[in-house]
Ligand binder design. Structure first.
Ligand code: GRE
Ligand code: ZN
Length: 323
């Protein structure tokens, strides 16, 4: 398929690039580093070679969510967004942007989102798991009441947000101690991100703001596989769950799921059977994953050509209002 749209595609700036070093295998950091810093050269060539016509680009993780000082996080977010906007303005037919936001300061985050959408033409924002605020050991989750006005701004702007993984803090990850190979994309990203997505989905956020649209990567971070059990358990024992509807109902109305980093047909079919092909979108997760591998799988996997068009391109066009 020649004209795919991909939307979990990362870049870095000088102020955030070092955050990704821990994720590079020995000997390949220089390559990952240059692939993250490059937006206009190899990235565009690799897109072209594998039939991705358009990428929505976002800052590397944990990005501004890993910068505890609110003023510093705001500064880095603005720098990243201005840098990305310059790339987009030079390649408007191939590149779009998701904003990085200083979630340490909800008012500043709302203002930066408005600037990015209204002035820079961005398609929404990407936020990583949780934000450290004040110091490295203090965490805020986005269901916190301090974000009430922020979420209202997001809904009013009418743009989706991408909830992207980051590793849990070591204090919240004792089961991973001495097993670093189970961290990051192996397992910790999905466990952490699915938990945080379920916090948002059961917090009442989507009852208060029914037009909000959340995007999850990695084939839904295991939630589609587990959705029957989640609904069933909450029905038998709600234990104070404030959400008005079953989680599966929000999954159908408020969630989109991308193929980033999961190039596996059984997982795709399960996700299609669970949420339908209208809510699934192609993505790569470049440069942590490569376009060639994503395309080799997606372009030939055993789904109908109708579904391939929707997932590869048309659903993203509809969600973001692209031409
Ligand atoms: C990502 O941002 O998607 C990512 C990382 C580190 C390792 C793998 C990965 O930040 O997919
Ligand atoms: Zn990613």
């Amino acid at each position: 398929m020649k004209d795919k749209i991909a939307l979990e595609e990362h870049f870095a700036i000088d102020l955030t690039i070092e955050q990704s070093k821990v994720y590079a295998k020995p000997g390949v950091w220089e390559k990952l580093r240059s692939d993250l810093m490059d937006v206009e050269q190899q990235r565009l060539e690799r897109m072209e070679q594998s039939g991705t016509a358009f990428s929505i680009v976002s800052l590397n993780a944990p990005g501004t969510q890993g910068i505890p000082d609110p003023a510093a996080a705001t500064h880095v977010a603005q720098r990243a967004n201005d840098t990305l906007a310059a790339f987009v303005s030079r390649h408007p037919r191939q590149l779009g942007g998701f904003a990085a936001l200083p979630m340490q300061d909800p008012d500043a985050a709302a203002r930066e989102l408005q600037r990015c959408v209204r002035d820079l033409g961005f398609h929404g924002f990407l936020v990583n798991g949780f934000a450290q605020v004040g110091d490295l050991d203090t965490i805020v989750y986005y269901d916190d009441p301090r974000f009430n006005e922020f979420w209202k701004t997001v809904e009013d702007l009418g743009k989706p947000f991408y909830l992207h993984p980051r590793d849990p803090l070591p204090a919240n990850a004792r089961a991973f101690q001495n097993f670093p190979w189970l961290g990051a994309p192996t397992w910790a990203f999905a466990m952490e991100t699915s938990t945080l997505a379920l916090r948002l989905l059961t917090s009442g956020l989507f009852d208060r703001h029914p037009r909000l649209q959340m995007i999850l990567g990695h084939m839904g971070e295991c939630i589609p596989f587990h959705i029957w059990r989640i609904d069933h358990a909450l029905q038998i024992a709600p234990r104070g769950n404030p959400a008005k509807r079953p989680v599966s109902a929000y999954l159908r109305d408020n969630v989109h799921i991308t193929t980033s980093g999961v190039f596996h047909t059984p997982a795709m079919l399960l996700t299609m059977l669970t949420v339908g092909s209208d809510r699934i979108l192609f993505s790569v997760d470049y440069p942590f994953e490569i376009h060639a591998e994503a395309a080799a799988w997606f372009d030939t996997c055993e789904i109908s050509e109708t579904d391939r068009r929707k997932i590869g391109r048309d659903n993203a066009r509809a969600l973001f209002g692209l031409l």
